[in-house]
Design a protein. Structure first.
Lengths: 612, 359
């Protein structure tokens, strides 16, 4: 450093000037040190500090995507979204004592004890959400106002508006529509590759589960600047969420609601189907649960109560297998007629039992029906007649016919949890029980008992095929898949699986029997009779426990009572709907199920529901 | 009029321009730090007031102004005011509409009175002068230190600069250093206990900021992040993440330089440091050029004041020193600080007129 001082000729004579020169040099040295440190911090370590600053003040907030809507055939919502407020906290801000202080304030506002809130926070944090830990769902507006007003004192607390699933029909459509709930930590590991985050919703049952990929949108992301108090100050960039696709069903929410109302408080199922193309108009199982309860989760007590309920509100009975009882006699009759083993006019005497070797097979009417032909046997549901047919047909033919009628396999609806039921035959008996088939078992199968099980859905499509001229359709309920703007992306229609192994004549005879069962003097299904519309139908009473003597169902404990069935179609001249009513442990089909079907059909044909 | 123009033309232009540059940087920095808020507007007002004061002092004859009677009178007044404020446990003199910090003005009066005392002595410091100097300086320093330890420290450093600069023998300096070392080692732990907790925390945080990242070291870490993330070119005016998102505490005052460094990068901040150096260099050079004793001691004192303020403030932000709460001249917000700094420059400018006249 050269210091050129003009006026100093003899510096030695001015010691103060000399000292000042020395001091100037010292100052220069100190300032060089400052510059060096500045250079080190800004130029050499600049990238390091810039990264630190970025980490400190930028956050990625994920934006949940609204799920697609589920509409009924009228365009009414079966599942939609409502905005709800969710409270998230940022674990990076809630550290140490400051974090506890914030949680303490939050606990006071929420009216929760601090230790419990803290524990919930620690549990939620373990789920591994980077900078958003969900602490409270579905905050009410008062609470939101209280928290927003104290925002300054609650750093790291963010309230986000989120779409929450909303089910207008509640319990009634619970089994059809299903429900969603947040993924848990275990599932997250499996699902994270499919784009799931820790607090995302997953369709758990019904349509929500079956169409998960269609309904689920794609999450958006937002890059925000967060200030020193953890409050969002500016949105840097935003990738908006993509709304999921919607689906339009063939199901009618009016019927869905009415069917559920009729079934309650019984346990059972009701399937409503259009026999002309196999579309489902209603698929109801009772009792249901309010799907909104799954959004918040259950307490241990609540869950215990639900799982211990004998009426099993979690099971969708429309797709589970049960003994079909007398409703299966239609298949037995079809097999006998088609094989030419019996003439419809041939009369069989029913003394109240049927003798096979040394065993007696009882008819449900202890003193017998006397002489009955095919139509009469269907009308009065005479067991003896069908024992006789069963023996004539044999298990091989009977099981083949049952399968051809769509039993023993899934219907192809694709509904999650749908069961195939069981059509027993020799092979099955040998495989499972390691003993040969007994002739007596054929007789039990012929009247819908024994090992035979079918689902209400299978019965509905079978009856539909019987009355539509033999076309066995794959049941369907999704009509269209729509994008968020209502554009049709995909459209579905009827799909035929095959034909019933029956001639027109056979089907006519069966229909005649079905009409007689509802309208005949001694018809078992008279409770479903309508004045203006001709209804055809068949009752079924499925024994749950084998018993030597017939005891009235009402006197048995609930779980041992018979299942009540009624399957019907109307109008008989030109069928437009098929209804299957199943009442679990309801007792007699004629007294427990048929009246429900009657009431529903009355509503359908005479009621004032808005037609489309 | 003509005489004023003549006077004006004789002022040290490099000094004036450097000051203008620093004032401009201060205005820009407050505009960013307060986002055009109330601090910015108030600082503009203080700058204009201070500018007026600067011109007034620059064109006035400093020898008339700094007569022993006036300076002593002012000194006594200031002392009384400080006693009054100390009894009220405050460092602020609250006047209607604004507040002043008398401890800032104490710096000026310390310089005046020390310069007056030293200007009467001959070549090197005599013991008698040293006692005179200490007699007037130490009460002022002590009074200020009671309510504002950091400013007290600043005053002490200026006092020390005068003692050392006035021509103390090398043996004495060496002896003093040894004495300070011995006293430091023996009484250090005791003094450590005497310090207030927040002062101890400052030193601890300086030694290991990461360990106290959430409380005591927070300021240092945030300052380092702000300065470091500025990089070579800076994030741009009003674009500093640390200041805009309030990560920087005291961004208007103590950490104003961090705001500047973040937004203007190494280029801008080294320019400010160089400007400060140039300012001090110009003042010191003036002190060498002129032969009038009062003027050169004033120059020396003002240079020492700027040097310590800049070094302590920027050194703290760059993590070379523990953070002390002293404003950076021109860049930090503060009415008293602005007035005192501009007045000091004004005096030096007034002295600079005499470059060409010889004793």
């Amino acid at each position: 450093m050269s210091l050129n001082f003009r006026n100093i000729t003899e510096p030695d004579k001015d010691p103060f000037a000399r000292r000042l020169k020395f001091i100037t040099v010292l100052v220069g040295v100190v300032f060089s040190a400052l510059l060096l440190k500045l250079f080190f911090l800004q130029v050499i370590k600049g990238p390091y500090y810039r990264e630190l600053a970025r980490k400190r003040s930028l956050r990625v907030v994920s934006l949940p995507a609204p799920r697609g809507n589920i509409y009924d055939r009228r365009g009414l919502l079966l599942a939609g979204n409502t905005p709800s407020f969710a409270l998230y906290v940022d674990p990076r801000v809630l550290k140490g004592q400051r974090g506890d202080l914030v949680l303490r304030r939050l606990a006071k506002i929420l009216g929760e004890e601090f230790p419990s809130l803290k524990q919930r926070y620690l549990v939620a944090r373990r789920k591994g959400a980077g900078n958003q830990v969900l602490l409270v769902e579905d905050l009410d507006r008062d609470m939101v106002a209280k928290i927003e007003a104290r925002r300054y004192f609650l750093p790291g607390v963010v309230i986000q508006v989120e779409p929450q699933r909303f089910y207008p029909l509640g319990e009634a459509a619970f089994h059809l529509v299903g429900y969603v709930s947040r993924v848990n930590a275990k599932e997250l590991k499996r699902l994270s590759s499919r784009g799931f985050g820790p607090d995302d919703f997953l369709g758990r049952s019904g349509l929500e589960a079956q169409f998960e990929e269609v309904l689920r949108g794609r999450k958006g992301r937002r890059l925000v600047e967060v200030d020193a108090l953890g409050r969002i100050r500016r949105v840097v960039t935003e990738e908006p969420p993509q709304i999921g696709k919607s689906i339009l069903l063939t199901v009618d929410s009016v019927f869905e609601k009415e069917a559920y109302r009729l079934l309650s408080p019984r346990s059972g199922a009701l399937v409503l189907l259009d026999p002309r193309d196999g579309r489902l108009l209603s698929l109801v199982s009772a009792p249901g649960l309010d799907p909104h309860r799954f959004l918040k989760g259950f307490s241990y007590e609540e869950w215990k109560q639900i799982t211990r309920d004998v009426k099993n509100p979690l099971l969708n009975k429309a797709i589970l297998p049960y003994h079909p009882g007398s409703t299966f006699k239609l298949v037995t009759a079809m097999a006998a007629l088609e094989k030419g083993l019996i003439s419809p006019t041939k009369e069989v005497n029913c003394p109240g039992y049927y003798r096979l070797g040394r065993r007696l097979f009882r008819c449900w009417k202890p003193w017998g029906h006397g002489k009955v032909d095919l139509i009469k046997a269907i009308e009065v549901s005479c067991d003896t007649y069908f024992y006789y047919l069963g023996e004539l047909v044999g298990i091989d033919t009977l099981s083949r016919f049952a399968r051809a009628c769509g039993f023993g396999r899934k219907t192809g609806l694709g509904f999650p949890g749908e069961k195939a039921g069981l059509v027993p035959d020799r092979e099955w008996k040998l495989k499972v029980f390691k003993v040969p088939w007994q002739k007596g078992e054929t007789l039990n199968v012929a009247i819908g008992q024994g090992a035979l099980t079918v689902t209400p859905l299978q019965l509905a499509r079978f009856l539909g095929a019987v009355v539509n001229g033999g076309h066995l359709f794959v049941p369907w309920y999704v009509y269209q898949v729509l994008d968020p703007y209502g554009e049709i992306l995909e459209e579905f229609g009827p799909r035929k699986e095959g034909n019933l192994p029956a001639s027109r004549r056979t089907l006519r005879l069966l229909e005649k029997g079905l009409v007689a069962a509802v309208n005949g003097e001694e018809g078992t299904g008279r409770a479903a009779r309508l004045k203006k519309v001709l209804v055809g139908g068949k009752t079924g009473t499925a024994q749950v426990v084998g018993m030597k003597k017939r005891i009235k169902s009402e006197k048995l404990p609930y779980l041992k009572r018979d299942h009540a069935w009624f399957i019907a179609y109307a109008p008989a001249q030109k069928p437009e709907i098929v209804i299957v009513v199943f009442v679990e442990h309801g007792g007699h089909g004629g007294s427990a199920a048929a009246p429900l079907a009657g009431k529903f059909l009355k509503m359908y044909f005479e009621g004032k529901w808005p037609r489309i | 009029m003509a005489s004023y123009l003549k006077k004006f033309s004789r002022l040290s232009w490099p000094l004036l321009l450097t000051t203008l540059f620093l004032v401009a940087a201060g205005v820009l920095n407050q505009a960013s730090a307060s986002l055009g808020g109330v601090f910015f507007k108030k600082q503009l007002l203080w700058f204009s007031l201070g500018g007026g004061l600067l011109l007034l002092l620059a064109l006035f004859d400093y020898q008339k102004l700094l007569s022993p009677r006036l300076v002593f009178g002012g000194y006594v007044l200031l002392l009384v005011l400080l006693i009054f404020l100390t009894l009220k446990h405050t460092r602020w003199l609250r006047l209607p509409g604004f507040s002043l910090q008398p401890s800032e003005f104490a710096k000026l009066f310390l310089i005046f009175i020390s310069s007056l005392i030293l200007s009467r002595q001959e070549e090197s410091l005599r013991l008698k002068t040293f006692w005179q100097l200490s007699l007037f300086s130490l009460p002022l320093i002590g009074l200020v230190a009671i309510t504002d330890l950091d400013q007290g420290g600043m005053l002490f450093l200026i006092y020390l600069s005068f003692v050392l600069g006035a021509g103390i023998s090398r043996r004495l300096i060496l002896g003093g250093l040894i004495l300070v070392f011995v006293l430091g080692v023996s009484l250090g732990p005791y003094c450590w206990k005497l310090l207030k907790p927040y002062q101890r925390a400052r030193v601890e945080a300086f030694l290991n900021p990461e360990a106290f990242a959430l409380d005591r070291g927070y300021q240092i870490i945030q300052a380092l992040i702000a300065v470091g993330s500025g990089g070579l070119k800076g994030l741009g005016f009003k674009e500093g993440l640390s200041s805009r998102l309030n990560y920087l505490p005291e961004k208007h005052t103590d950490l104003a330089f961090a705001v500047w460094a973040e937004e203007w990068g190494f280029i801008g901040s080294s320019l400010v440091i160089l400007a400060f150096f140039f300012l001090i260099y110009q003042i010191l050079k003036l002190g060498i050029q002129i032969r009038e004793p009062l003027g050169r001691y004033i120059c020396y004192g003002v240079a020492a004041m700027f040097f310590w303020e800049v070094f302590i403030n920027i050194g703290g932000i760059l993590h070379l020193l523990p953070v002390a709460s002293v404003p950076l001249p021109f860049l930090s917000y503060g009415g008293s600080s602005v007035l005192v700094n501009l007045a000091a420059i004004g005096l030096v400018l007034s002295i600079s007129q005499r470059r060409y006249s010889f004793r």
